[in-house]
Design a binder for this molecule. Structure first.
Ligand code: FE2
Length: 308
């Protein structure tokens, strides 16, 4: 059998489309004042930290840099990368970033905004996004929480690449869930909308118990450490204000803990873009659209490119 990949998993990313985007590097609260930490993004070693004045900064780590986790007394010596703080996370870019995608609900005054978890997973960023889009696994992986037998059918839904936002939009998704949210008191048909506004980020909208006509927002921001290792950051923008933070976090972490071994057992770790590589079924319509979209954008990092 020929090798599945020709390049090393840890070689630095050269995809212009990914370099010129904001990429997440951790929750805002993971960067206390006066501290720095070593990290990696798209195969590039970084130092990311917060100055004693409260400014976030990121720069490329070089051989021989101090391993100290204290903010350098004379400030960073390397050129700074751009940084922003948005949606509960710190974002940086290795190129010239286009504006970050919008999540308008984040600015609604009655929303509960919460970083839920950051989890290391031995998989590629595109595999984790595709898994996030897949409703078909709910009854089998999140049994009796996000799905249950015999309610295994994924009903037909719509998928399109939305213009002018240039993102994948899956609408009219409905799935029976025994416990769709921590606040749920019983099973219900739950409405879903999925957005993929960034090759490595997805935003999910779902019915909110007790808030007819409005939707909870759950976002997955994936930091590609290299082509086959990620840190998955989960962020909540909820209408629920009854549950304590720890309970909401525990619910999300328990769900993600069920996905992690599935993701880590997928072979190959990088997402094949060739439509013949893995047999899609109707339920995978969003996965098919996502793979095609990555190819059209010119994403090669974390994927196995399709036939020309
Ligand atoms: Fe899952």
């Amino acid at each position: 059998m020929p090798p599945l990949t020709t390049d090393s998993p840890d070689q630095p990313c050269e995809d212009r489309v990914l370099l010129d985007l904001w990429q997440p590097v951790g929750a805002v609260e993971a960067f206390p004042r006066g501290r720095v930490r070593g990290d990696q993004l798209l195969g590039v070693p970084l130092t990311v930290g917060r100055s004693p004045d409260g400014e976030v900064a990121a720069w490329r780590r070089r051989d021989g840099d101090s391993p100290s986790q204290v903010w350098p007394a004379d400030g960073p010596v390397a050129p700074l990368l751009p940084t922003i703080e948005r949606y509960g996370h710190v974002w940086t870019s290795l190129g010239t970033p286009r504006p970050l995608f919008a999540i308008p609900e984040a600015d609604e005054p009655d929303r509960r905004l919460l970083h839920a978890a950051s989890v290391m997973v031995h998989t590629s960023a595109p595999r984790s996004i595709e898994n996030f889009l897949d409703m078909g696994h709910f009854p089998f992986v999140h049994t009796d929480v996000l799905g249950a037998e015999p309610h295994t059918e994924v009903k037909d839904y719509n998928v399109r690449v939305s213009v002018p936002d240039q993102e994948i939009l899956a609408t009219d998704c409905v799935f029976y869930q025994p416990q769709a949210a921590l606040e749920s008191t019983g099973g219900a048909e739950v409405d879903y909308v999925y957005r993929v506004p960034h090759p490595y980020c997805s935003v999910l909208y779902k019915s909110s118990p007790g808030h007819e006509g409005r939707l909870d927002v759950i976002a997955l921001f994936v930091q590609a450490i290299d082509q086959e290792h990620i840190r998955a950051h989960m962020w909540l923008c909820l209408l629920d204000d009854n549950q304590p933070d720890w309970a909401l976090r525990r619910f999300q972490v328990s769900i993600f803990g069920q996905d992690k071994p599935i993701l880590e057992n997928q072979v190959p770790r990088r997402l094949p873009l060739d439509p013949r590589a893995e047999t899609p079924i109707r339920a995978d319509k969003s996965a098919v659209a996502y793979r095609r979209w990555l190819g059209q954008l010119g994403v090669r990092y974390g994927v196995l490119p399709g036939a020309a």
